[in-house]
Design a protein around this ligand. Sequence first.
Ligand SMILES: [Zn+2]
Length: 386
Amino acid sequence: MGVRCHLKGKRLVKYRKINTLEVNRDYRNYIKIMEAEEMDVNLLKAVSEAPGVSGFEYGIPEIIKKELRGFVNEVREDKFGNLYVQKGRGAKTIMIAAHTDEIGLLVKHVDDKGFIRFAKLGGVPDHILLGQRVWIHGMKKRVRGVIGCKAIHVMKDEERKQLVTYDKMFIDAGATKDQLARLGVKVGTPITIDRSLTELENDVIVGRAMDDRAGCYMLIEALKRAKPTNRVVGVFTVQEEVGLRGATISAFAVKPDIGIAIDTTIAGDHPEIAESEAPVKLGKGPTILVADGRRDSLAGGTIANPIVRGWMMELAEKAGIPYQLEVLEGGTTDATAMQIAHEGVPSGCISIPSRYVHSCSEVVSKKDLQNGIKFLVKIMESKPPF
Ligand SMILES: [Zn+2]
């Protein structure tokens, strides 16, 4: 079921594909529909499948701008690629950041036969790559390819026991070097994994780049629904996966009173992770971060401002939104950049539990997404503690 919208004169016209009789002519009706509906899976699918490896996030801003037309006061982009969407006016500024980039690959070399060697952008685990079908985003044409390596039959016994690392892999587009050149595939061409979004049982969804398109989706939906009592600036940041670069810049541009990152986090509720290692579970609500950072030290991450964290916990409790407190070792979010902008921005982070993070099939729960949206709406409509 999909919801579409367009502007007719100054009024917003909404309709559901499934029932053309049900035409709703204003924003209030839109809200009613969205509350009654499960969720806009088509929008999540569109943002999940849009290509956008770090530094090449070209597929995303147009979807977001189109989706938010008529719902926000101001939209602008900076020279770095961050997209700023402002809604509401008030004395305080709340910056909410979701990153648009995904981990991915870049063409490093094309050999004489047309086989492509690639570099990794962001934390791409080697073991997820073999056999994947990819899109190579040539300047003239998007080209399909497959990631190959030596077949097991010709591997020596020792080789068979080892992980095949990415430098032993290559991409086969079925094309010659000259053909690829004509299609605009050259050194630096971005490559994304070709995987569509699909639904599993029990309100569970699997898709590519849920990190952090799930966050983008929630931010879009919350911006549509909220009537902020303050100045809310939603920032769709770029280059998070390669060092929080977009958030570093945008936190300086926005100069917020508080900053909140929205991202995905490790759900450890499957057979290969012990509960003590990653206690967050799918379907039990978004997480409110206490601290994250490098494994062993939590250096280089965020220690959420305790007042911001307490404020968010209270909002969730009052609204009956389930949440999970989180200490995450081995990763961080845009909150890390926001908290140290200017003279310090009290910051926090909300994440959606996800199984198989940084794989081609990241699994999230619809319930968590819906609760995440409700939570963001509450935050946008409440008085911040700073
Ligand atoms: Zn992320």
